[in-house]
Design a protein around this ligand. Structure first.
Ligand SMILES: Cc1ncc(COP(=O)(O)O)c(C=O)c1O
Ligand SMILES: N[C@@H](CCSC[C@H](N)C(=O)O)C(=O)O
Length: 413
């Protein structure tokens, strides 16, 4: 059998339209799409558990919704197209997507992952280590050479990257890592959790990744009204394994959630452009006032150039430091327009303290060891008027005395 990472994509590459157009255009005219009897402009919700068959010996395209459903198939075909994947699958949450992919790893095999990544992903990796003897080496993947000591020709199975990372907004050179890993470990798959970017801004399968994951709960849906996970795969052999796990474990996305997600994707480009434009303004405002801001749209970001070679923009999540945990807490609790919430990618703006919220499941000692600052504030920028967002944030920073303290003391970390 050919190595899993070298089988070419069977889907013709996207050429004719810009991505903003492709997001809206549900194309089933090339024969690969799912038939809709009445050419409905909005794909219907096939709210059914089972499908009538015309014969007992041969099942038709759909037999049972856990195994496949037309609404879900429309969504999956659409996602495969916009992610440059040969196959895409949708499951019940982003964590479920990560779990399905993690099931490609057998006991005794190993994972290499970043040292900064979503708290729930860290929790899943720790669980696999404890219960299934699947070890994860956490390394600083901003330096591709840092992977070298951990690469093993047979044991290394997955390289799990976020770029940008959640929440420290670190960037990894995905093409470089892919070429280092594929050259040394034929069994290894590069998996990129691309949730922070969305397929509109970055498509890792186009530059060396084997699998891409999204929490569809975030930008793809855009309205915080559903949970979903997306898996895009380059290789058909891997895709079959992933489909098997989804059917065997029953985590495929429901018809209603599939319909909602399909609806959200159509406005991804306009939402993303506006959210990103707002985020750039806010990042510049914070940097101007002396805060240490982590955002790949700022020239001060250490991997600014690398990020620009892989993506079409910096996205709409940024983090900054106040150098004082209590000040950060006051800032977060004083804003009015920014709601205190976990998650990101929604049309409304959110503010949070990752150490206490989204990343609280990473033990404090581990956070410290990995250089994760407790005063970090994460901003997830929405589509509101940028001036309103800045004004609200400015009032909170003044109220918490954050600007003065930074001016006087600077940073101690
Ligand atoms: C980068 C990243 N990946 C995956 C997940 C998991 O997604 P979900 O909440 O949809 O399970 C999250 C957040 O929850 C995330 O921030
Ligand atoms: N209580 C949840 C926290 C979800 S965090 C959601 C999102 N990924 C974010 O980064 O804000 C949990 O423990 O999983």
């Amino acid at each position: 059998m050919e190595p899993e990472s070298s089988v070419p994509s069977q889907r013709p590459s996207r050429k004719n339209y810009s991505l903003a157009t492709e997001l809206v255009f549900i194309d089933n005219s090339d024969g690969t799409g799912v038939r809709d009897l009445y050419n409905a402009s909005s794909i219907p919700i096939y709210q059914t558990a089972t499908f009538k068959q015309s014969s007992a010996s041969r099942m038709e395209d759909f037999d049972y919704t856990r195994s496949g459903n037309p609404t879900r198939s429309h969504l999956e075909n659409h996602l495969a197209k916009i992610m440059s994947a040969s196959r895409a699958y949708v499951v019940s949450s982003g964590m479920s997507a990560l779990d399905v992919v993690a099931r490609l790893v057998k006991t005794g095999e190993e994972i290499i992952a970043g040292d900064d990544l979503y708290g729930g992903t860290n929790r899943l990796l720790a669980f696999l280590n404890k219960n299934f003897d699947i070890k994860t080496h956490h390394v600083d993947t901003t330096n591709p050479d840092a992977l070298l000591p951990y690469l093993h020709p047979t044991r290394t199975r997955l390289i799990l990257l976020e770029s940008p990372t959640n929440p420290l907004i670190k960037i990894s050179d995905i093409p470089k890592i892919a070429s280092i890993v594929h050259g040394r470990c034929p069994n290894a798959l590069i998996v990129v959790d691309n949730t922070m970017m969305s397929p509109y801004l970055q498509r890792p399968l186009e530059f060396g990744a084997d699998i891409v994951i999204h929490s569809g709960t975030k930008y793809l849906s855009g309205h915080h009204d559903l949970m979903a996970g997306v898996i895009g795969v380059k290789n058909e052999v891997v895709a079959e394994k992933i489909y098997f796990t989804i059917n065997a474990t029953g985590c495929g996305l429901t018809p209603f959630e599939s319909w909602l997600l399909l609806r959200g994707i159509k406005t991804l480009a306009v939402r993303m452009e506006k959210q990103q434009a707002n985020a750039i303004r806010i990042a510049e405002f914070l940097e101007y006032h002396g805060f240490k801001v982590m955002y790949p749209g700022l020239r001060s970001h250490p991997q600014y150039d690398i990020h620009n070679t892989m993506s079409r923009g910096p996205g709409a999540v940024l983090s900054f430091l106040t150098n004082d945990v209590e000040i950060s807490e006051r800032v977060v609790e004083t804003t009015k327009l920014w709601s205190i919430s976990v998650s990101f990618g929604c049309v409304n703006s959110l503010i949070s303290m990752p150490c206490r919220m989204s990343h609280a499941s990473i033990p404090a000692a581990v956070r410290k060891e990995r250089g994760f600052p407790e005063d970090l504030i994460r901003l997830c920028v929405g589509i509101e008027d940028a001036n309103d967002l800045i004004e609200d944030l400015y009032s909170a920073l003044v109220n918490a005395n954050a600007i003065n303290v930074i001016k006087q003391n600077g940073y101690t970390h």
